[in-house]
Write a protein that binds this ligand. Structure first.
Ligand code: GAL
Length: 664
């Protein structure tokens, strides 16, 4: 894989759909792109039907011309394979292309993303199209990157078609081999669900009542895997045809249906789409979550912000504008987190079609607009800089898609929203100006001082041993209720709960129940209410842990325990924002982790980079900050970079743990 000069600067640009325009507009596009310092365009995301007019009949003339013009204008092309929206001729001739919903109703063409990942016809036609495209453009001097499909699984995350049923069975055979194993692991003895043949197994289609949890979990795994097969198929066609440019596909932050840890291994470059809602007062924190997740998926390599909106989107019921400067401040937080390209959907606003009211870099009203002026100014900034490496983090927040799939199933003591819980903890650390990485429970955690693992319900033995080792070696672990409850098959382990981590917690849950927001129990620490329990409480049986906070009924709410050279804080509930802040504060003190810079206002975002610190004012009012004895004003939605080396957190003293250590 050659990177064709990628990341020689921070690239700037967006989706470009020349097929929506007369070619006379293309020259103007190339000229105005130069004004905006655009040097990268994603071409062809929805161009399959414009190129393959009917099966086997290709019109590449317009694409040849468009790519030549872009090359002339020094715009690098991220060439999309276009397979996210199969043409009408394909769906008419091969209706098995269409995905099917849980009630057995096929999705119809007329929008986009109407393909079943398991359909043989879809795979055959997509493969043939990609082959033609790559053979034509693999050596094209403008092509710097291949963009496979688009936002896999976005509108149709789950396909319940007959083709999916067949592939699901193959997937199960490959994973478990023997049907007796499947019956045993899924406990099909319950409700007479025993399978006498693999052919009886179907996707979790509409049923009178709850599905088998083992089947549900495996269907989620299968869906991520079968969708990934499509990416790998196209990537391997691209490589097999001799193309040497890197290959990507655009992710969507923490998207529930796809296990991006597994996906990240297969892409050359991680890329991401982010559409935080400007109306949300925490929008910049939401965006930061996605950016930290993306850089964590493939550490130490630039990633691409593939799509964001120049201003409004068109798909919310009510689409707020970005404030002046907000687009730039959100872009800057991506650059400080290692983004090597800042791209948008889309270059020129469409004149018709579903997204005609979606903002674009070049609005329908033309360049004499605030949106275009801000775009051009930020483009000039990107042109003048190279990608930044993000500095090391001492805190890891664990995210595990398999846990997500298991946790979000029905029939639990309470419905917990894993993404919401992760975001609450992320946002608390962001508010505290502490830098964090995302990690998987089985990753090497030895570089971290603190690992936060909320609601890690499904935990296999390897991962729980890994986490226990991290604590034994001196790390601090913070966990919440419903952690280490089931194994990788969503089954209780013999002998109770927290069979792996109970020894670390010095306590283990013996019962779980739901708490409604209306009667959420206060959590009391030395008589003070520090916040409230949310969602799901557990009753703890103590085995060495010290109780540091109790519920109003006197039961242990927060326990601390020393294990080996480290310690753990376990909370017997999910928490509201104020309780999370208190627990986090204690965990940071125990771990000796301190903020990127002290005493910053909440609306200032702080990112440690390899060369210093970036501070971004993510608010509409100017703020004053103190940096190394100097008071500095940062204007609304502006930022300051400090290249000095600030003291690292290594020399920060740790708070004393509360109890005697449990020896290993
Ligand atoms: C993305 C998609 C783009 C465009 C954009 C609008 O999901 O990849 O093609 O539709 O949303 O916000």
């Amino acid at each position: 894989m050659s990177e064709t000069g990628l990341f020689s600067r921070v690239h700037f640009g967006g989706d470009y759909n020349p097929e929506q325009w007369d070619s006379s507009v293309w020259r103007e596009d190339a000229r105005v792109m130069r004004d905006a310092s655009v040097d990268m365009a994603t071409v062809g995301v929805f161009s399959w039907a414009a190129v393959e007019r009917v099966e086997g009949v290709f019109d590449f003339a317009w694409l040849d011309e468009a790519l030549a013009l872009l090359h002339e204008a020094s715009v690098r092309v991220d060439l999309a394979t276009g397979t996210a929206s199969p043409p009408n001729w394909a769906c008419a001739a091969y209706p098995d292309i269409l995905p099917v919903d849980a009630s057995g109703v096929p999705y119809r063409p007329g929008s986009r993303q109407h393909f079943s990942p398991s359909s043989e016809s879809y795979r055959r036609l997509a493969a043939a199209f990609v082959r033609k495209l790559v053979e034509r453009y693999r050596d094209h001097p403008a092509v710097a990157l291949w963009h496979v499909n688009n936002e896999y699984a976005c509108h149709v995350p789950y396909d319940y078609s007959d083709a999916a049923a067949r592939r699901f069975r193959q997937w199960l055979r490959a994973r478990y081999g023997d049907l007796d194993v499947v019956n045993a692991l899924w406990n099909t003895a319950f409700w007479s669900q025993r399978y006498a043949s693999f052919d009886e197994i179907i996707p979790p289609r509409r049923t009178p009542y709850s599905h088998n949890p083992g089947l549900l979990l495996d269907f989620r795994r299968f869906t991520s895997d079968v969708t990934l097969e499509l990416f790998i198929m196209e990537r391997d066609i691209i490589r097999g045809a001799g193309a040497t440019q890197p290959v990507t596909t655009n992710f969507m932050d923490a998207y529930p249906a796809l296990d991006y840890w597994r996906w990240a291994r297969e892409v050359d470059i991680v890329s991401n789409d982010n559409y935080s809602d400007p109306r949300d007062p925490d929008a910049a924190r939401h965006a930061a979550f996605g950016r930290d997740l993306m850089r964590s998926l493939k550490p130490a390599r630039p990633w691409i912000l593939m799509e964001q909106a120049a201003n409004t989107v068109s798909w919310r019921p009510n689409n707020a504008r970005k404030s002046p400067g907000e687009m730039s401040a959100w872009s800057e937080q991506a650059v400080a987190r290692g983004a090597g390209a800042i791209l948008f959907f889309q270059w020129r606003q469409s004149v018709a079609g579903s997204e005609k009211f979606h903002s674009a870099m070049l609005p329908h009203a033309g360049p004499d607009t605030a949106t275009f002026r801000e775009i051009s100014a930020y483009g000039a900034r990107c042109a003048a800089r190279t990608p930044v490496a993000t500095g090391p983090a001492e805190v890891a927040l664990l995210i595990d898609w398999e846990n997500w799939w298991a946790l979000n199933q029905p029939d639990h003591p309470a419905a917990l929203d894993y993404e919401r819980i992760l975001r609450d903890w992320y946002e608390a650390t962001h508010r505290a100006h502490v830098q964090l990485d995302f990690a998987h429970p089985s990753h090497d955690l030895s570089a971290y001082q603190l690992v936060i693992a909320p609601a890690l319900y499904l935990l296999d033995e390897r991962a729980s041993a890994n986490i226990a080792r991290f604590v034994a070696n001196g790390g601090v672990l913070a966990t919440t209720s419903f952690t280490d409850v089931v194994d990788q098959h969503d089954r209780f382990r013999p002998g109770g709960f927290a069979r792996g981590l109970g020894v670390v917690f010095g306590a283990a849950p013996i019962d779980f129940w739901g708490v409604a927001d209306a009667d959420a129990a206060p959590i009391l620490q030395q008589g003070e209410c520090i916040g409230r329990a949310r969602g799901l409480r557990e009753e703890l049986r103590l085995d060495g842990a010290v109780v540091t906070a109790a519920f109003d009924d006197g039961a242990p709410a927060i326990v601390e325990h020393g294990f080996g050279d480290g310690s753990s804080i376990h909370v017997a509930a999910q928490l509201d924002r104020s309780a999370i802040a208190v627990v986090l504060d204690r965990a940071l003190a125990l771990a000796g982790v301190r903020p990127v810079l002290p005493a910053l206002p909440e609306q200032v975002e702080a990112i440690r980079t390899a060369s210093g610190v970036t501070l971004i004012n993510q608010s509409a009012a100017a703020v004053e900050v103190a940096v190394a004895d100097e008071r500095i004003t940062i204007e609304p939605y502006r930022w300051r970079e400090f290249v000095e080396r600030f003291p690292s957190a290594d020399d920060q003293p740790r708070a004393a743990p509360l109890d005697a250590r449990t020896t290993r």
